[in-house]
Design a protein around this ligand. Structure first.
Ligand code: UDP
Length: 245
């Protein structure tokens, strides 16, 4: 697993199997809490303006390539990454492996009810999956101690946090030591997708770089995220032709 720098993000060239082996190993060792970041094009742009997020990504234990934009830029930069490991994919694989390995998984984030709906559908797909707790992502600072206590009491092996970028990464970094969970991952809009409330783009759109258009059509509020894409393209071209990252 080598590391490729895409607009300054240290992205690991990793297969889904290698990412899951990393999770398996961390749960077996239980020696320290590990943070997996799934990095997409919008994260690369946001991190340029957000030194706290940059530091968190630099300190993460595994940064995976998430999305067509990163794969496109890696080819442009002559350091091709051919496989993506997205947050949505990781959620599905972790729940699948939970049935085989008994991993305890906690879903934190999304609007009230969404994480429960996602958990119910994933339990139906993977009977026996140990989804040991859910909590929406709209609690107040006053409620946070209770949320932390509930997570600790559930004793998860994997904490999936869906607050969007960069809130989820900052929350994981802030609480990772006290929670001491083997694996925490920021998974963006994954619970919206698994709950069935948001439809994922057709595979041909995902594979040809049109997922952003599908997201925008199904939720015009996504315009902020989509607006980072032209900047991402320009920054990648600059890194390629001027060598600046
Ligand atoms: N969200 C949340 N708490 C917040 C803000 C957002 O739980 O304070 C949730 C939101 O409901 C959605 C997810 O975070 O389920 C963000 O999804 P998005 O697809 O926007 O994530 P990104 O594109 O940043 O990965």
């Amino acid at each position: 697993m080598d590391t490729v720098s895409i607009l300054g993000l240290p992205i690991r060239r990793v297969s889904t199997e290698q990412a899951l082996a990393f999770v398996t190993d961390a749960i077996a060792r239980r020696d320290r809490p590990r943070h997996i970041v799934t990095a997409d094009a919008s994260m690369a742009v946001i991190a340029r303006r957000d030194p706290e997020l940059r530091a968190i990504i630099a300190a993460a234990d595994l940064v995976t390539p998430d999305g067509f934009g990163i794969l496109w830029a890696s080819r442009l930069l002559r350091t091709p990454i051919t496989h993506k490991v997205s947050g949505v994919d990781l959620v599905g694989h972790v729940c699948r492996l939970s049935t085989e390995c008994g991993w305890r998984v906690f879903f934190l984030g999304a609007a009230p009810g969404v994480a429960e709906e996602a958990a119910a559908r994933l339990r139906a797909w993977y009977p026996g999956a140990q989804i040991v707790g859910t909590q929406d992502g709209y609690f107040t600072p006053d409620q946070e101690p209770d949320v932390l206590a509930r997570i600790r009491a559930a004793a998860p092996d994997v904490l999936l946090v869906a607050f969007g970028i960069p809130k989820q990464e900052k929350w994981i970094a802030r609480h990772r030591a006290e929670l001491n969970i083997p694996i925490s991952v920021g998974v963006g809009g994954s619970f919206d997708v698994y709950s069935g409330r948001v439809k994922r783009a057709p595979v041909w759109m995902q594979e040809h770089g049109w997922e952003w258009l599908h997201r925008l059509a199904s939720n015009p509020k996504k315009i902020g995220k989509v607006m980072t894409l032209p900047e991402f393209v320009l920054l990648a071209l600059r890194q390629r032709f001027l060598g600046a990252s």
